[in-house]
Ligand binder design. Structure first.
Ligand code: GDP
Length: 311
């Protein structure tokens, strides 16, 4: 069997083919990333985005899986389709493959409107450019919401911003996280802050006050977007609707300010740099020079392939 011929060749085929088509397309970007048909598919997906991309990050145990399951249920009830990429930090160093549906999310496997994939943070540099960015691009062309989950272990906070439209940080009550993220200087990244496990009462209230205070002190800014600090319990459902609303509001804000296009173009630019750096090192970046600049409406995947031919 000609394996490479069996993946969807156009965005229409990808959209019409359900989860099986998405799985084959993801396999193709993993196994034949330089195949011209793969680049063409990615190129189309890049030009025809459909959904909103939510990045969700936080330390292990903060309640991400529980929250994501609750969010998925909420979105599915509202008739929205959802794609999830769970980035597996443990495979960061070893590199590796798509891991299949190895997440702890509880969903209905029969539901065609929800697609979940775990994925190694493969890039040598720790970036998500290797596999997550193209996978996200495909899913974004198909699903109403794409959720990228990363475990907050330092670098991953900045990583998630390189693929997401809206970044949500989860904070554990009573953990001192609020102070930690201040120190790390990653305050500018999140668009929404969420204190989880609100059912823990005073601890959650205090964490929320700490985070609000910390945000007030910094000049973390997104050119007019006020970062909301929310408190929710995925267990009881308290505060979940407020998070969904905050995400929607941010999506509207991004669109109305033109920030969405600007930020996605910037993401493409950073993936392109990562791809070149990964393949040809900083020497390659130097050699590529001005040719590294992505022109408007140009896909980083096509441009990357062009550059690889030259370098
Ligand atoms: P992750 O590692 O960030 O994905 O966190 P999990 O979703 O696996 O949750 C870690 C632990 O926190 C589990 O024992 C959950 O049952 C618990 N947990 C998650 N959400 C809540 C919540 O809203 N309230 C309380 N009290 N516990 C929660």
């Amino acid at each position: 069997m000609n394996k490479s011929a069996s993946f969807p060749q156009t965005i229409e085929e990808l959209r019409a083919g359900g989860k099986a088509a998405m799985a084959r397309a993801l396999a193709a970007i993993e196994h034949s990333p330089d195949d011209d048909r793969v680049i063409t598919l990615l190129d189309q997906a890049w030009r025809h985005p459909h959904g909103h991309v939510l990045g969700l990050t936080g330390p292990p145990g903060v309640g991400k899986s529980t929250l994501i399951s609750a969010l998925i249920a909420n979105w599915r009830k509202a008739g929205k389709t959802v794609g999830v990429i769970a980035v597996d930090p443990s495979s960061r160093k070893t590199g590796g493959a798509l891991l299949g549906d190895r997440t702890r999310l509880v969903t209905d496997p029969e539901d065609e409107g929800i697609f979940i994939r775990s994925m190694a943070a493969r890039s040598r540099l720790g970036g998500l450019a290797g596999l997550t960015a193209p996978a996200m691009t495909l899913m974004r062309a198909v699903y109403d919401i794409v959720l990228v989950e990363t475990v907050g272990v330092g670098q991953s906070e900045t990583d998630v911003a390189s693929v997401a439209d809206t970044v949500v940080f989860c904070i554990q009550p009573g953990s001192g996280d609020s102070l930690q993220f201040m120190k790390a200087g990653i305050m500018e990244i999140p668009h929404i802050m969420v204190v989880t496990k609100a059912d823990t009462g005073a601890k959650a209230e205090r964490a929320k006050a700490d985070v609000s205070g910390a945000l007030g002190l910094s000049d973390a800014g997104h050119d007019g977007w006020q970062v909301p600090v929310l408190k929710l319990s995925a267990d009881s459902g308290e505060g979940l609707a407020e998070l969904v609303t905050a995400v929607d509001n941010h999506a509207v804000w991004l669109r109305e300010t033109g920030e969405l296009d600007r930020s996605r173009r910037e993401q493409g630019q950073s993936w392109l740099k990562d791809m070149v750096r990964e393949k040809y090192g900083t020497e390659g970046l130097k050699k590529a020079g001005d040719r590294l600049v992505l022109e408007a409406d140009q896909s980083p995947f096509r441009k990357g392939k062009e550059l690889f031919r030259l370098l």
